[in-house]
Design a protein around this ligand. Structure first.
Ligand SMILES: NC(=O)c1ccc[n+]([C@@H]2O[C@H](COP(=O)([O-])OP(=O)(O)OC[C@H]3O[C@@H](n4cnc5c(N)ncnc54)[C@H](OP(=O)(O)O)[C@@H]3O)[C@@H](O)[C@H]2O)c1
Length: 278
């Protein structure tokens, strides 16, 4: 069995690729990067049709893990890069596409796999990214039967070099500088530890499952409670963290959905992987 990890230089893809290399179930593990020069990874731009086509034909994997994202241009990544991939994949190749809770932009959280999806209001600065992710889900459903679409909330944890994710880094630097740190106490998410998701992806490669899966622990957190808990874990002074409230009117004006937490019951009954609470 051959596995292709697209985005192996990234936060999640790095952990997935690292775990799979130690896993003797697979014959070949190929990981890619785009701009990062990392030993053992193939530098490839998925948006480059000719080069990506040649690369893909050479490896012709049984599984493809989509752990790529582009902060600047997710639309091109989906409408060009994902399209190239879908055009090339054999029917029997399984695609694991990592999507986001951001596609639930209306309604109230604890969204299960059957909840209605909607595009984010374009006033929301995340709309270009999130709406492209939703387009990606639709393209996969239309063009490729053999898929798992994983939806996750914000990922946190340390990368393979021990560096914390950008949210925890910001918290750490404020608290170590004795700076008060305000976080919204009415903006709720299912925060997912990156290593648990990487572990779940490895497990999913051996499970005969097709469709959607919401991943993460049972309990949602606000950005405020997440920060308090992380500060305690890192032995930082949590008294510097202050609750902040996003006024409902402002949330509506900015197109911000205040609770995109996920119902993860299906995933906890399907997988042995346990997602840790924050
Ligand atoms: N992080 C979160 O909180 C979060 C939340 C929900 C969903 N997700 C999803 O989880 C997945 C992994 O996210 P992440 O945080 O691990 O992302 P990340 O750390 O930003 O990594 C992104 C990866 O994509 C690669 N990439 C970007 N554009 C590319 C292109 N045109 N061709 C080939 N590779 C390209 C990057 O390569 P280089 O770095 O080498 O340029 C890197 O390996 C993504 O699908 C994302 O949408 C993430």
């Amino acid at each position: 069995m051959r596995v292709l990890v697209l985005g192996a230089s990234g936060f999640l893809g790095g952990h997935v690729h690292h775990n799979l290399l130690k896993d003797n179930r697979f014959k070949e593990i190929v990981g890619t990067s785009k701009s990062s020069e990392i030993e053992g990874l193939y530098n490839i731009d998925i948006n480059n049709e000719k080069k990506f086509g040649e690369f893909y034909r050479k490896y012709n994997p049984d599984f493809v893990i989509w752990a790529v994202m582009s902060a600047d241009n997710e639309e091109t990544l989906i409408h060009t890069g994902l399209k190239h991939l879908l055009n090339r994949m054999d029917k029997q190749t399984k695609l694991i596409y990592v999507s986001t809770d951001g596609i639930f932009s209306s309604g109230q959280g604890c969204f299960d796999e059957y909840a209605a999806l909607s595009y984010l209001d374009t006033h929301n600065p995340l709309s270009a990214y999130t709406n492209a992710k939703l387009d990606g889900e639709k393209m996969i459903q239309k063009g490729h039967r053999n898929y798992i679409i994983l939806r996750t909330g914000p990922l946190y944890g340390q990368d393979l070099n021990g560096n914390w994710d950008f949210r925890v880094l910001a918290l750490q630097s404020a608290l170590t500088a004795n700076t008060p740190y305000k976080r919204a106490d009415n903006l709720f998410k299912t925060f997912v530890h990156v290593e648990d998701l990487a572990h779940a992806i490895s497990e999913l490669l051996s499970i005969d499952y097709i469709g959607f899966l919401h991943v993460g622990p049972k309990t949602k957190e606000s950005y405020y409670t997440f920060s308090l808990k992380m500060a305690d874990k890192l032995k930082l002074d949590h008294t510097l963290i202050e609750p902040d409230r996003i006024p409902i009117k402002e949330a509506i004006r900015r197109g911000v959905s205040l609770d995109t937490s996920l119902n993860t019951e299906k995933c906890s009954s399907l997988l042995k992987t346990k997602f840790r609470e924050v």
